[in-house]
Design a protein around this ligand. Structure first.
Ligand code: ZN
Length: 246
């Protein structure tokens, strides 16, 4: 007689799980979810976001340009949807945008040509770095636990002024330095800043009246940190030994 085997159930992919978790934290704070297209114009992906004409990110070596559609590309960041969104909405507003982005680079344990990103944008009156810091600290504690210690470090991104990199105190060593944090005691987690006045202007928003913040984070990186996965390619290999653990 044939033995009755228990039917195998499907599993959600870890990147789906973490995307839903992150988006859920922001929608609980009143953020709207906005989705943009994966094929974008050079204008929305670069010009509208204040990226200089000669910026190296525009190179053939970094961006997938579409052969038969001049001036179009696979978006390199989800921010490509920010200016179109601003044109269609009147402040104050806040939104998060999850999605795939593409970079033309060699793959290794921490780089893939496609990866998943979540970006956020908030525009209102008198928005400052303090609002950004409070929002991100709340978010990181919801995702990683109440003992998260976070810091801002000055950084340059063309679409924000000022720009910051956000680091978290290393979970593994508690800040004393280990191989996971390259002995710095800190782990880089996301990029953010106050929206550049040129970007607001491109979105039809008066930078004298309104200000805002934006942030962006790699979902793959969040998942690697949350679950201790050390090779990003595992998420795209379709290996059930990974997926079945979730
Ligand atoms: Zn460490």
């Amino acid at each position: 007689m044939m033995e009755l085997k228990q039917e195998e159930k499907g599993h959600m992919h870890p990147l789906t799980i973490i995307t839903r978790h992150v988006v859920g934290i922001f929608t609980d704070m009143g953020y709207e979810v906005a989705l943009g297209p994966e094929i974008e114009t050079e204008y929305n992906n670069f010009d509208a976001l204040n990226v200089p004409k000669d910026h190296p990110a525009r190179d053939m070596q970094d961006t997938f340009w579409l052969k038969d559609r001049p001036g179009e590309l696979l978006r390199t960041h989800v921010s490509a949807h920010q200016v179109p969104y601003m044109k269609e909405h009147t402040p104050p507003f806040k939104m998060v945008s999850p999605g795939r982005v593409f970079r033309y680079e060699a793959t290794d344990a921490t780089h893939e040509v496609q990866f998943h990103y979540i970006e956020g944008l908030l525009v209102g009156e008198k928005i400052s770095l303090a609002h950004l810091k409070g929002t991100l600290e709340y978010f990181l504690k919801k995702l990683f636990g109440d003992d998260v210690i976070m810091r801002f470090r000055p950084a340059y991104f063309p679409f924000v002024e000022p720009g910051v990199e956000v680091d978290m105190r290393c979970f593994k060593c508690g800040g004393s330095g280990c191989s996971s944090c390259k002995n710095s005691g800190w782990i880089e987690i996301l990029g953010a800043g106050l929206v550049h006045p040129n970007v607001l202007t491109n979105g039809g928003i008066d930078p004298k009246k309104w200000s805002g913040f934006a942030f962006g984070m790699g979902v793959d990186r969040l998942a690697m940190l949350k679950w201790g996965v050390d090779d990003v390619r595992l998420f795209y290999s379709g290996d059930l030994r990974l997926v079945n653990q979730f």
